[in-house]
Design a protein around this ligand. Structure first.
Ligand code: G4P
Ligand code: NA
Ligand code: NA
Length: 193
């Protein structure tokens, strides 16, 4: 997605060979116009999948997830990382392991917002090791629903998550794929429409 790549080039800060900071439009301040375009792009890429629900994870997945859901005209539900006071329903849960923090945390979604008949589009802001997306897929499976696709705003293709998810057979669409962060941002060469 050309607009997104331009935004990454102009505003992204390479913190190390592994980490890209995009606080000015995605992870802290949010660019609403860009989010609208991101939502349209996800809707186009998954248009054939008969999506009935978008599933994402708080906090940074919510903005792109919401815009994708708006374009697809379906609800969006976000997995919570902490137990909510009011989240007293029957919960679907999964473990997310973070390699960088070396810790495992539980995420949860109320069972009442995922049905067996749902065709779910999983959305997240970053794809690194793929553990968050895998945990969301596990929650969908637990609900007896179907993962119809995984949409990622920024994939770090030099990390193992993308291959891992594609090897498992998931249809993964990433709007920007970063080949390397060494000496600046370089993208995976792709045909751009
Ligand atoms: P890890 O094993 O490498 O830690 O990957 P993990 O998927 O657990 O990522 C931990 C957090 O860091 C996630 O956000 C993820 O989106 C984010 N992240 C991973 N790589 C990058 C990167 O290069 N740049 C930025 N900006 N974020 C990255 P989170 O902690 O769940 O936070 P949030 O969703 O509330 O923002
Ligand atoms: Na995230
Ligand atoms: Na994040």
């Amino acid at each position: 997605m050309k607009l997104l790549k331009e935004k990454i080039q102009s505003e992204g800060k390479v913190l190390s060979d592994q980490v890209l900071k995009v606080d000015s439009f995605l992870n802290h301040q949010i660019d609403p116009q860009l989010m609208v375009e991101i939502g349209k792009e996800f809707a186009n890429r998954f248009e054939a999948e008969q999506i009935t629900k978008v599933l994402t994870i708080e906090s940074s997945g919510i903005a792109p997830g919401l815009m994708a859901a708006l374009e697809l005209n379906v609800p969006v539900v976000f997995a919570r990382k902490r137990r909510s006071l009011t989240l007293i329903d029957d919960l679907l849960t999964a473990e997310v392991h973070s390699f960088t923090k070396n810790e495992t945390n539980q995420i949860s979604v109320s069972r009442k917002y995922l049905r067996e008949t749902d065709r779910v589009l999983i959305i997240d802001d970053f794809l690194a090791n793929g553990q968050a997306a895998l945990a969301l897929a596990e929650i969908v499976k637990e609900a007896g629903a179907t993962v119809s696709g995984i949409g990622i705003v920024i994939e770090k293709s030099f990390q193992p998550g993308g291959d891992l998810l594609r090897e498992k057979g998931f249809k993964v669409e990433s709007l920007a794929r970063i080949a390397s962060l060494a000496g600046g941002v370089s993208f995976v060469e792709e045909l751009e429409v």
